[in-house]
Design a protein around this ligand. Structure first.
Ligand code: PMP
Length: 361
């Protein structure tokens, strides 16, 4: 059995060296006589692992000291519900800029707790572009402004951090964190489910400016309180230790490979290859996203006839290219090109696309 190039949108491909290390350490880790999943999260060995992972993530993303980093069980959707509970008072307005499916889930999760105001909406335009900043209708008294840095399904990515004035900017970076250098200080809060660029599903990272943790928010149980998690170094209860371990290995791998500047270079190269194959296909393949906001991480595209989709997916799978079926909300094909996807994988996809278009043109 050989490992294929895996274009899954998430859970997604992980670096082979990370998986091999995890395999080698599965039965016995760090000289403790047990697996990392069999020891207390309060043991000195695990605490050292957790501290190392945080230090490495801080180095990778150049996270300033006035930001707390939380490692929390659950996914990005969980954070979408926790944001209004922690940072807005009951009924207060939060502004949301909707550029695809995940902006809509952010609204759905926040609605029970706050007055959600859609400051800009890409849906009338079919989520093919980001509404220009000049057209956003921001509320001066909003608790925060929420954006989705990269829309995993619609393939739309902010290529610049928008200026939203004094109101803190909160961003869902689930599918693009660590894909390029990031100025964390432009954001009040950044969150990401780990299962694309950071490791396995089951753990999320929240990077939050410490002063915001003093906000009263809304009545909530301690376990839903970010400040409580921060005060206890994300060990308020038993954290997902295995996921934290794999995340730590993945972050270390990214540092060893050259950090976010190197991944920005590789990701630009992969995106150039795949968009080049689409745009150079004489109309056979189509991506409908405005060129300035095309995602480097997730590339949805269409074939001339949707009846060819299933054939493209089965033939590509046979050629060692996995999980290229588009999301059902959009259809067509989608190639996800996260950090662990090598340039050779994008090149193999491009070669297959040329071949497929010739045979089924
Ligand atoms: N936001 C974005 C941008 C995503 O891509 C996803 C998952 N694909 C989510 C939120 C939801 O994440 P989870 O399933 O971990 O809750």
């Amino acid at each position: 059995m050989t490992r294929a190039f895996n274009f899954s949108a998430g859970p997604a491909t992980l670096p082979e060296s990370v998986l091999r290390q995890a395999q080698a350490e599965m039965l016995e880790w760090n000289g403790v006589g047990a697996s990392v999943v069999e020891i207390s999260h309060r043991s000195a060995d695990f605490i050292a692992l957790a501290e190392r992972a945080e230090a490495d993530l801080r180095q990778l993303l150049s996270i300033p000291d006035d930001y707390a980093v939380l490692f929390l069980a659950g996914g990005a959707t969980t954070q979408q519900a926790l944001l209004p509970l922690n940072f807005a008072s009951p009924g207060q307005t939060v502004d949301v800029v909707v550029t695809g499916h995940w902006g809509k889930t952010a609204i759905k999760q926040a609605k029970p707790y706050v007055n959600v105001h859609i400051a800009a909406d890409g849906e009338p335009g079919g989520f093919r572009d980001i509404p220009p900043r000049a057209q956003w209708q921001l509320s001066p008294d909003a608790a925060y402004v929420h954006i989705t840095a990269n829309e995993t399904i619609h393939g739309i990515e902010f290529r610049d951090t928008p200026d939203v004035g004094e109101v803190p900017l909160f961003a869902d970076f689930s599918s693009s964190i660590a894909s390029e250098p990031l100025d964390v200080s432009r954001y009040g809060l950044i969150y990401a489910g780990a299962q694309k660029n950071l490791g396995p599903v089951g753990i999320s990272v929240v990077i939050v400016r410490r002063d915001l943790l003093a906000r009263a928010g809304q009545p909530r149980a301690d376990i839903f309180n970010y400040a409580s998690h921060a005060a206890r170094d994300s060990m308020l209860n038993t954290p997902p230790t295995w996921n934290w371990y794999l995340l730590g290995l993945t972050v270390k791998w990214m540092l060893d490979e050259g950090g976010v500047a190197e991944f920005a270079r590789r990701n630009a190269e992969k995106a150039r290859l795949v968009y080049g194959a689409i745009d150079g296909s004489g109309g056979y393949y189509r991506n409908e996203v405005a060129p300035g906001v095309r995602s480097r991480m997730n590339i949805p595209f269409f074939l001339p006839d949707e009846r060819l989709d299933a054939l493209f997916v089965s033939e590509s799978k046979a050629a060692g290219l996995l999980a290229l079926k588009g999301h059902k909300a959009v259809g067509g094909i989608r190639a996800s090109l996260y950090n662990a996807m090598p340039v050779a994988g994008a090149q193999a996809l491009v070669d297959f696309m040329h071949d497929f278009a010739q045979r089924h043109g």
